[in-house]
Every structure is written in C-alpha cells, then in structure tokens.
Design a protein around this ligand. Sequence first.
Ligand code: MF3
Ligand code: CO
Ligand code: CO
Length: 264
Amino acid sequence: MSVRLKRPEEIEKMRVAGRLAAQVLKMIEPHVVPGVTTDELNTICHDYMVNVQNTIPAPLNYKGFPKSICTSVNQQVCHGIPGKQKLKDGDIVNIDITVIKDGYHGDTSKMFLVGKPKPEVKRLVKVAQEALYVGISKIRPGLRLGDIGHAIQRHAESHRYSVVREFCGHGIGQDFHEEPQVLHYGKPDTGLVLEPGLVFTIEPMINLGKRHVKILSDGWTAVTKDKSLSAQWEHTILVTEDGFEILTLREDETIDKERITIAG
Ligand code: MF3
Ligand code: CO
Ligand code: CO
C-alpha cells in the first residue's frame, strides 16, 4: 500500500482547499429550503466555486459524474445527482462539496434539515454527526484505522442504526481519492498506523434501517435497499504530531465532546 505523507507546503495548500470547501457549505445553507430543486443548489454552488472562490468543483466530470456537487435526499445514501427534485418540508439532504484549489482537494459534507423533520429523523442526523466526531476525536499518531472504524460502528449500532459498508473515507491530496481506504466499521488495533502528515476523510453513512444499498440506473445514486433514511457527514482531517486538525471545520462548528455518549 502506498500512503504518502504530505509535506508542510502541501499541508498549507490543503488547509486552504479545506477551508474553501467548508465555506461552500456555509454559503448554501440559506438556500436549502422547501421548494428549491437540487439542481438549483448545484448551480448556486457551482457559480460560487468557479466565480467567487476560483476553485474547481472536483465532482464535475469525475469518472463521468455530470454535476458539480452531490445531493443525497432522504433514502439516498451518497452520490445523488442534482436534478429536478424539489425539496419538501421534512426532508433531509446531504450536500457533498469537493473543491480543488492550487492542485489540492478539500472534501466535506453535511446534512441539512428541510423545514421541520420529525424527531426520529433529526435523531438519525444527529447520531450520524456524532459518529463522525467519535471517529475523529481519538486521532493521533499511533492510533490505527481499525480503531476509527470500530468507534464509528459502535456508536451507530448502539443507537440501533446500521453502517454502510460499500463506501468509505479515503486519503486525499492532489488526487480526489488516494490511499488509504478508511472504513467506517472494523476491529480495534488493526489496520494502518496513523502518522503525522497523513490526510484523509472520514464520511460515515448511517442508515435508520438495514445497511444494504443499491445503485440506481443513473449509475451513481446509492440508495438504501429497504428505503430507510440515511445520513452522512464528512470531514477532511490531518494527523498532527499531537492529535488532529480538521481541515474542513466550519467557522461556527464546535465539537462538543461532552455531549457525545458512547456505549460501553
Ligand atoms: N465527495 C465524494 C466523497 O466524499 C465523492 C463524490 S464522487 C462523485 O468521496 F463523482 F460522485 F462526485
Ligand atoms: Co470523500
Ligand atoms: Co465528499
């Protein structure tokens, strides 16, 4: 396996790319309201990236993906293609942004509540975010990838949700998807040992029902087989000498570790 650690000057560029990706999620927030189509959200993000940020939307034409962002609504797990679908009150939608700036990628996604979803829907969204945070919070040199996957899986399953297995986090840098693969399930004390300079994403997909997914005939959109709701959150993370740095942290985002209750 060839995992390349980033040099300091590369890390500085990844900080910039990560911050810009986070800013797109902040920018789009007021537009995610009942009645808007996912294609309208795509257009707003595309124009902001290209004209305001001078970034390149990485998804556009990536392996044939036709749009600049991914929008995954309700039972859609990931890689939803923006289109004519209008968001409606009570929906949940993941918006996944990847920008390229100065040759380096920043990749992040979050869930948006459209109008007022039911409490059990909001709970899924919250636990999925906590699953990302429990995966991040222990990161430091010496930790192993299996420890991260295990922590995420344990958190999700303790709430009787399931973890999607078909998609994983990934190393990131000059390429969109680099090694290593970062699984969101696993066994403690297994897998790659983390070192300072490693940059990768964590992006757990958590289902209200069973974990199984299928791909729609568009060749991209992953949905839950049992049509249950799915939620995903993603950050790009740097392993530092003494812990981690979230390169895609949003300005108003605070990780309240005290409020995350982990089973066992
Ligand atoms: N941003 C997604 C990820 O987190 C990948 C999207 S690939 C695309 O890895 F082609 F669908 F855009
Ligand atoms: Co990613
Ligand atoms: Co992404």
